[in-house]
Design a protein around this ligand. Structure first.
Ligand code: DUC
Ligand code: ZN
Ligand code: ZN
Length: 470
């Protein structure tokens, strides 16, 4: 099917144009000057013409950090690949990169196959995988090389969660050396988990068991120290490093210093760290703060974390916004930690709201329109080897296109969101701008406030190496 999108403002990472976008089948085939489509050419030939007057025409969002149906903290994340990718589509995201998980003692290959099976035939949008290496040993190191050849070109390690995911410094260095050899990217959960556990145990001994204590014990110093350590290890290991879910100003300073020296160090933040805080959210009355338990944690509003993170997004010390979508319902999931914050499953659901929430930064003059697109689509695609197939509107790219209506306004609520989640971390936040239409590889899957896709439309993406390194 051929589709012509006309009348809109095409926004790319480098600016805006009034081009018309011609789609043929699954791909974008041309960007045309407005009015250059005389009757005998493109418009007449297009089987469908979409009027985008007054709308932004942007590349579909690329969320490089999700955890669909992740088993974690004695339960399983409440969105599976079907519900989670559908919710992503509603919010203008047309690609996710999820995390396949290997724990200590497990075989990397078996784990990857399990994750492939969970996703296959269930996704509404295209998807790829990073591999979590929870047990660095000779076998998993060898597997890393094979995975890179198969399109899994990034590996997440943890400096937190002792006994579950944590790698010690020697293991981290070995994995970095391996990545240096195979071209892969090391992604790091940078928090000092052993130190956190000491403070957590002491808090519980004092009877301090409410959710807010999750934020108190996961100190910004522990994020900053781990970020610094990861950067130094990456320097020695000669691997590129991508810090995930950065939340604290002090950690950002470490990244900025490394980047100023020219290191291949990158970082992402997530909307929760730009909009939510420790006192008002993690400290909500009763057990309400459990909804906001995630790691790294929300930071105090009495320092400048939010402002510093927005600044980092402007200066490119933060290169990507992802969601770390990892939803757990209050009922029966977050409730596991009613008596002890350590047992609250860690995670916030937000895959549906990233594009909208970061657009608010445009409205509030924190970032420009082009930067919005760059942070939500173009850089994530380039960072993880999907560009130019994803993340850009240009001939040859997949026709993953979002029409965004800047004039629409609405309010986020669990009553109307599409995630399989009984609450919303962003409940009541008023938004300017709204996703109007979503096209995934040439098929319109969201239009007129309805989902028109089918599960299984989404295809697995073999990824290349990060294009920030080659
Ligand atoms: N952080 C979370 O909040 N959830 C899942 C894993 C993680 O690192
Ligand atoms: Zn993490
Ligand atoms: Zn995560």
């Amino acid at each position: 099917m051929t589709v012509l999108i006309k009348g809109g403002t095409v926004v790319s990472a480098s600016g805006q144009s009034l081009n018309e976008v011609l789609v043929d089948g699954e791909h974008i085939v041309a960007l045309l000057q407005p009015g250059s489509t005389p009757a005998e050419s493109a418009e007449a030939g297009a089987e469908r013409v979409i009027d985008a007057t007054g709308k932004y025409v942007i590349p579909g969002g690329v969320d490089v950090h999700t955890h669909m149906e992740l088993p974690f903290g004695g339960t399983v994340a409440s969105d599976d690949f079907e519900s989670g990718t559908r919710a992503a589509a509603w919010g203008g995201t047309t690609t996710i990169i999820d995390f396949a998980v290997q724990r200590y003692g497990e075989n990397v290959r078996d784990c990857l196959e399990q994750w492939m099976a969970k996703a296959e035939g269930n996704c509404a949008i295209d998807y790829g995988f990073h591999m979590i290496i929870g047990g660095v040993d000779d076998q998993s190191l060898k597997e890393m090389d094979l995975l890179v050849d198969e399109g899994i070109t990034s590996f997440k390690l943890f400096m937190a969660y002792p006994g579950v995911f944590l790698s010690d410094d020697g293991q981290i260095l070995r994995a970095m050396q391996q990545a240096a050899g195979n071209g892969g990217m090391i992604m790091m959960h940078a928090e000092n988990g052993l130190a956190i556990d000491v403070l957590a145990e002491q808090a519980v001994e004092r009877g301090e068991t409410d959710p807010i204590n999750h934020g108190y014990v996961r100190r910004a110093e522990f994020e900053s120290e781990a970020t610094h350590r990861a950067i130094q290890l990456a320097k020695v290991g000669a691997a590129p490093l991508y810090i995930v879910h950065l939340s604290a100003s002090e950690a950002l300073e470490q990244v900025a210093m490394a980047r100023d020296k020219g290191a291949n160090v990158f970082a992402e933040t997530c909307p929760q760290y730009l909009y939510l805080n420790l006192e008002d959210h993690l400290g909500a009355p009763g057990f309400g703060g459990a909804a906001y338990v995630c790691s790294t944690p929300l930071r105090t509003k009495h320092e400048h974390h939010h402002q510093d993170l927005w600044k980092g997004l402007r200066t490119n010390d933060l290169s990507v916004v992802s969601t770390d979508h990892c939803p757990f319902c209050m009922k029966e999931q977050k409730e596991l930690g009613l008596d002890d914050f350590r047992a609250i499953p860690n995670g916030i659901g937000g895959v549906e709201h990233r594009v909208d929430l970061i657009y608010q930064g445009v409205r509030q003059h924190e970032i420009g329109l082009a930067r919005w697109v760059e942070l939500c689509a173009t850089t994530p695609a380039r960072m993880f080897g999907l560009y130019p197939r994803k993340g850009v509107i240009q001939p040859g790219s997949d026709a993953d296109i979002v029409l965004y209506d800047p004039a629409a306004g609405w309010t986020i609520s669990a009553d109307s969101h599409h995630m399989n989640l009984d609450h919303s971390a962003y409940e009541g936040i008023r938004l300017e701008g709204k996703v109007d239409l979503v096209m995934s590889r040439g098929r319109v899957i969201i239009e007129h406030d309805a989902y028109h896709g089918t599960k299984g439309d989404g295809q697995y993406l073999r990824r290349g190496l990060s294009q920030y390194l080659i």
